[in-house]
Design a protein around this ligand. Sequence first.
Ligand code: ASP
Ligand code: MG
Length: 413
Amino acid sequence: MFKHDIIIQKYGGTSVGSPERIKAVAQRVAQSAKLYKHVVVVVSAMGDTTDDLIGLAKTMSSSPSSREYDQLISTGENISASLLAIGLQEIGVPAISLTGPQAGVKTENIYSRAKILRVDTGRIKCELSEGQVVVVAGFQGATENGDVATIGRGGSDTSAVVLAAALGAEECEIYTDVDGVYTTDPRLISDATKLTEISYDEMLELASLGAKVLHPRSVECAKENQIILHVRSSFSQEEGTRVKEDSQMEIQRAVTGITLNQEEAKIAILKVPDQPGIAGKLFTRLADVNINVDMIIQSVEQDHINNITFTVNADDLAQAAAITQAVADELGAKGVVTDDNIAKLSIVGVGMISKAGIAAQMFEVLGAKGINIQLISTSEIKISCVIEKQFAKEALVLLHSAFELDQKIGSPS
Ligand code: ASP
Ligand code: MG
């Protein structure tokens, strides 16, 4: 199979949100079937179906068993896959829908957040060679013993990229309800501008920081396999944003994008002894229950006493706080405090590697408006600050214009 012979398209929940939308997607897929020899389509569940299914599970039990939970919530994708296949057949395009397990998607033996291990592409290739458009239910695969496992919320993007890699495609189109990747969430700032291209590394930072446009693992997987992601709208024919290796264009400015995450919470363990192994113990316990820790700050008080502050997803706050409290009790720490009234602002750009003073500029913009910075963390291409939630929007607007993201690249500044 030649790379340009095959295209993988992924349609998100809004794009397949109603029968009318699915018919529109079928028309689009039909067009692509004329342009490419082989078309594989990956779909998400219709609209809020996954949330509704989770709600249903919760009506039966506050802690449903993970196997049944996955068995249930994976069904949303099956519905949209078969509806799209029916819609395609109806307009004369030969099509077949496959669940993740039928498509040969193999996952780890865990539920809810399973990683995809590989795709046995035999069945898909067979259907493609018979001239079918293959519609695959995203977000799911089969464990070793054939049970359905889901791969984490928003995981259909990753399903699509994994399939693109396994089938040797060059590009994977991600159809969504926005027409590309913006300098920041255009729903928050109206003069956010659309990027033509963005590098994998920048996109990975933005996605990990909560830019909802792509699932972080999908970007990682695209980078590993050098698959170009084309993020575009299923509601228009316009070109979107291409996520690919180093994009020269964006290096023109130090900052490519800004994200605002208001879904994190802060936990501090106060006055623990400053000795080896403490952080290891705490964060191992959190990791053991799959809680992701984001920023970690350790500050030293006098007399070998530390305070350790870190952030977790707000949904994990209660569980993380309980674990931290247990560790605090064991260590004889003074106590644990939590705060979910926070927002994390992050600026991202490969351009900051070669340009000095970007962090200072960020801090000054905030400081000048009297906005206090509670936590800071950095990577080579990212600077994040945690501030009080009430200043979130104001700070985002200030930074977006301070780093000239409201101006199109190439236009005079
Ligand atoms: N339907 C799943 C979810 O809502 C997967 C996806 O949309 O990518 O999380
Ligand atoms: Mg979804």
